[in-house]
Design a protein around this ligand. Structure first.
Ligand SMILES: [Zn+2]
Length: 125
C-alpha cells in the first residue's frame, strides 16, 4: 500500500489521521492530524469573546446564551492568515464571521477605542 492510499475502515471512517500540515506558532491544534480532509485543517488561535450585555439573549434548555463578539487569528488550508471577527447575536439570529487583514483589524480596533472614548467622555459630563 502506498502512502497516498487512504486507509478506510468497514464503517467508512478513516483509520488514522491525514498527513499533518505546518502550522503557525499561534495554532491551537498543531498538525491537525485528527481531521478527515484538508479543508478541515484550519488553524485557529485561542479565541477571545466579549459578551454583548446590551444585546438580546436566548434561553435554551441548557441555559441562557448571550450575544458575543470574538476575534482570533485564522488560516485555512493553503490560504493566507486573517483575523476572524465572529459575531453571534440573538436579536436576529446572527452568526457571521468576517475576515480582516492585520491592518484592517488594527484599524477596527482603533475605531472601537475612539468610539469607546467618546461615550466615556459623554458619561463624565
Ligand atoms: Zn494549525
Amino acid at each position: 500500500m502506498s502512502a497516498a492510499t487512504p486507509v478506510v475502515t468497514a464503517s467508512g471512517s478513516a483509520a488514522s489521521g491525514i498527513p499533518p500540515i505546518d502550522c503557525p506558532s499561534w495554532c491551537t491544534d498543531p498538525g491537525h492530524v485528527a481531521e478527515y480532509c484538508r479543508e478541515d485543517q484550519i488553524c485557529y488561535s485561542y479565541d477571545t469573546y466579549v459578551t454583548a450585555s446590551l444585546e438580546e439573549v436566548e434561553v435554551t434548555p441548557h441555559g441562557v446564551c448571550e450575544s458575543q463578539i470574538g476575534a482570533m487569528a485564522c488560516r485555512g488550508f493553503n490560504k493566507r492568515p486573517v483575523v476572524l471577527v465572529h459575531v453571534i447575536g440573538f436579536r436576529d439570529g446572527i452568526d457571521v464571521g468576517a475576515n480582516l487583514t492585520a491592518a484592517e483589524a488594527r484599524q477596527l480596533a482603533e475605531y472601537l477605542t475612539a468610539a469607546a472614548d467618546l461615550i466615556c467622555e459623554g458619561a463624565e459630563r
